[in-house]
Design a protein around this ligand. Structure first.
Ligand SMILES: Cc1cc2nc3c(=O)[nH]c(=O)nc-3n(C[C@H](O)[C@H](O)[C@H](O)COP(=O)(O)O)c2cc1C
Length: 197
């Protein structure tokens, strides 16, 4: 089992990277392998809308290639993004658009995988929930299962305000989300006869 974390911040060691690494460490505590992919050092062209992907190939051979592979292999996908004007960053959106290649005709390569999001903003009410909604809409478009931070609180996912390392309440939402993601991935991978309920 593998959970892939993609960080949409332009900063290598910013708040989103901190929160995502924290979440992936929690996922690993469940015995699940993780992969971390930051976008800050990737060169990914925006989608040109040529629909060549309908023939199975993108016209661009860029840093999306290893990301396609990681997306296909993972069981769970954890996206983390700073809030930019109430939305995900451009880096994150470009990556999302380029995954049209995985979603062609009847073939949805991310079907049934579990998706969860972390949004980091500079301000309270800065648009963290809308940013999570961007990610959740993406998961739905890819026919994935969308989860939030789970019981007892289960709100919209994980949110950070200000410096991630100092936001103890925010880090609690990150940990709750990561536990819920790990548990859901394990539950969905188990044969149905073994599943409780
Ligand atoms: C272009 C830009 C737009 C931003 N817009 C918002 C915003 O709408 N709401 C908010 O709370 N913070 C906003 N911020 C602040 C960042 O979301 C915040 O500093 C975040 O923690 C940065 O994450 P990082 O360290 O992972 O890059 C913005 C920052 C930039 C550079």
């Amino acid at each position: 089992m593998n959970v892939l974390g993609i960080c949409g911040s332009p900063h290598a060691d910013g708040n989103s990277a901190y929160a995502l690494r924290h979440a992936l460490a929690v996922v690993e505590s469940h015995g699940i392998e993780t992969t971390y992919i930051p976008l800050f050092d990737k060169s990914i062209r925006p989608c040109d809308g040529c629909f060549c992907c309908r023939k199975g190939e993108c016209i661009y051979n860029d840093d999306m290639l290893p990301i396609y592979e990681a997306l296909r292999l993972c069981d769970g996908l954890l996206l983390a993004s700073p809030v930019y004007l109430g939305m995900v960053t451009g880096q994150m959106k470009v990556m999302m658009d380029r995954t049209l290649l995985i979603r062609v005709g009847e073939n949805f390569g991310m079907s049934g995988k579990v998706g969860a999001g972390i949004a980091c903003g500079g301000f309270r009410n800065g648009g963290q929930e809308l940013t999570l909604l961007n990610m959740q809409t993406f998961f739905l478009q890819q026919n994935m299962h969308v989860i939030a931070d789970g019981p007892r609180f289960s709100h919209s996912g994980a949110t950070i305000v200000g410096r991630a390392g100092e936001d103890t309440v925010g880090l609690q939402t990150v940990e709750n989300l990561a536990h819920h993601l790990a548990e859901t991935v394990v539950k969905l991978r188990r044969p149905s006869a073994e599943r409780p309920g």
